[in-house]
Design a protein around this ligand. Structure first.
Ligand code: G4P
Length: 525
């Protein structure tokens, strides 16, 4: 691909994830977006996947039983000349580690909020990760076809709870049974909910924000309210500020109903006007890798196991950061210095996985992996070594001690643990004093999946002894003295060999700080 062609291909990419609390409507809106993209022809396709009909592997039985989406997937479609990559994120909070890492691979995020509930805990957590990365966030206030909270409250809550300015792009005219439409100041039009004439869903507004042609709607109290509120916000509210949107300090807010497919198209089209193209990525040597740099580079942000239960293969998801991926190309794996040929690669569509021929920055490719990759690995072409910044580590809160039930089967036990840790399914710690293996997780379900997979994929029965909640705090190895460890603060090593304490509780941590005031303790995200 020539330089110009590469630049124009990159320019078309828009890569985002949807962040929301379970049940806010992420699946429903994703499905609508895919319908617009022509990727799925019927509503219900993604839903079927969610309920388990689509599950491909045995260990996903857990997912079926519990009816939750355990794994993320990638969906790609074209719309209005743009190539859109949606990185799906597991909604269940027990799998939030997977979601957090997925957010490292996107250029923007769409925050879906249930307008009856406002900002819920999981949304807040995910928002904070996006905020840390300084990526643009676009908000969709969903379920307008039901009675929800006052739109003014919802906008204020963004600032009060999340600390981000909300800029309403449109305003609901009524809600629930009274929903009439959206007063859309950005497009200078009223978008009608279930218009009498389906070919005329919009009523144009003039520069004063009045309907160009008289309509009965003007006599409606809800319409008056929406117009007044928009006017008030226009005068006294936040000003639309593209720079603030780009830095994640302001979020454009759209109202609608994913289920009724109302306001979703407006959202998508406006989003595409402002969503950023693939970003520059920084390396550990403090170099900037631009998406249009000719050499290929990318990093692994997720590993998914057992797509085919007959083989123990995995797929390593790579976010392309620069250059162009070509089937069969050779790359260097930075961590090991090994050369690898990328011949067995997939691109992700909603209902099929098709072999990908070419991919550029912003795209996600899936590499078949027999155990070579780890989360965070950089791959690149060219003479200049590239090592992208480390993916953040997340502080687990729950811990179990783990051992092989059958002491004769240590080999499969170790193999299983190593592979599952590389995938990021759980975090592994080793006790300094006893060498015991300790697993850390954000949610209990991660342990259950671990146990299930050890048994099913590695034929290794494990014993897990719950240790409960702990506060994990890392310590600078230079400051460490093993005698600092006591019954209330277990000293362990993480997977990188870095030392940390697992404190019984915050009192134990405070006691430690009082005793060793010069020792600095740090937490991960
Ligand atoms: P999630 O992926 O964020 O967890 O949410 P999902 O899309 O599965 O939506 C959760 C529930 O909310 C679903 O109902 C869905 O139909 C409903 N929903 C989504 N968007 C809207 C909307 O705009 N308006 C209304 N009224 N409901 C909406 P469910 O009963 O749990 O599932 P189902 O039995 O309808 O499939």
């Amino acid at each position: 691909m020539s330089e110009i062609k590469l630049a124009s291909a990159v320019d078309k990419r828009r890569t985002f994830a949807i962040i929301s609390h379970p049940d806010a409507g992420k699946t429903t809106i994703t499905e609508q977006l895919l319908l617009f993209g022509g990727v799925v022809r019927e509503a219900g396709t993604v839903k079927a996947k969610k309920s388990g009909n689509f599950a491909k592997s045995d260990w996903m039985e857990i997912e079926q039983k519990r009816g939750i989406s355990v794994t993320s997937s990638v969906m790609q479609f074209d719309y209005q000349g743009k190539r859109i990559n949606i990185l799906d994120t597991p909604g269940h909070e027990d799998f939030s580690e997977d979601t957090y890492r997925t957010l490292m691979a996107v250029d923007s995020a769409v925050m879906v909020i249930d307008s009856a509930k406002g900002i819920e805990p999981q949304t807040k957590k995910l928002f904070q990760i996006c905020k840390m990365r300084g990526i643009p966030i676009f908000t969709f206030m969903n379920k307008l076809d039901r009675d929800g909270r006052d739109p003014m409250d919802l906008i204020a809550e963004l600032e009060d709870v999340l600390g981000i300015e909300g800029y309403p792009m449109n305003w609901p005219i009524g809600m629930g049974k009274e929903l009439k439409g959206l007063y859309d100041r950005y497009h200078q039009r009223v978008e009608l909910f279930r218009p009498k004439d389906a070919s005329q869903p919009y009523l144009p507004l003039n520069d004063d924000g009045e309907l160009v042609e008289h309509n009965d709607l003007e006599d409606d109290g809800w319409y008056q309210d929406a117009r007044d509120n928009m006017e008030l916000i226009g005068e006294a509210g936040n000003q639309f500020d593209q720079a603030k949107i780009a830095s994640g300090d302001q979020t454009p807010v759209f109202f609608g109903s994913a289920l009724a497919n109302f306001g979703v198209k407006t959202f998508l089209e406006t989003y595409l006007e402002y969503a950023p193209e693939p970003a520059t990525h920084h390396t550990q040597e403090d170099n900037d890798i631009k998406p249009t740099d000719p050499e290929f580079s990318g990093f692994v942000f997720k590993i998914q196991a057992n797509m085919n239960p007959k083989h123990r293969d995995r797929i390593a998801f790579v976010r392309v950061c620069s250059g162009e991926f070509d089937r069969g190309m050779d790359v260097t794996q930075e961590r090991t210095g090994k050369k690898l040929r990328l011949s067995n690669v997939t691109e992700f569509m909603a209902d099929t996985r098709e072999n990908v021929e070419k991919a550029v920055a912003g795209d996600i490719i899936g590499l078949y992996d027999t155990g070579n990759f780890q989360i965070g690995d950089t791959i690149y072409t060219g003479k200049q070594a590239v090592k992208f910044e480390k993916l953040p580590q997340f502080t687990p809160e729950l811990f179990v001690r783990v051992a092989a039930k059958n002491v004769m089967k240590q080999k499969s036990f170790h193999k299983g643990i190593n592979q599952l840790v590389q995938e990021g399914a759980v975090q592994l710690y080793t006790s300094y004093s006893t060498g015991d293996y300790i697993l850390g997780a954000v949610g209990q379900l991660q342990f259950e999946v671990f146990q299930f997979r050890m048994q099913n994929e590695y034929n290794s029965e494990v014993i897990m002894e719950p240790m409960g909640k702990k506060t994990a705090r890392w310590i600078d190895p230079d400051q460490l003295d093993e005698r600092m460890s006591s019954s209330r603060n277990l000293l362990v090593k993480d997977n990188h060999g870095d030392p940390l304490f697992l404190f019984e509780n915050h009192f134990a941590e405070r006691w430690f700080k009082d005793k060793y005031p010069d020792v600095e303790l740090t937490s991960k995200l």
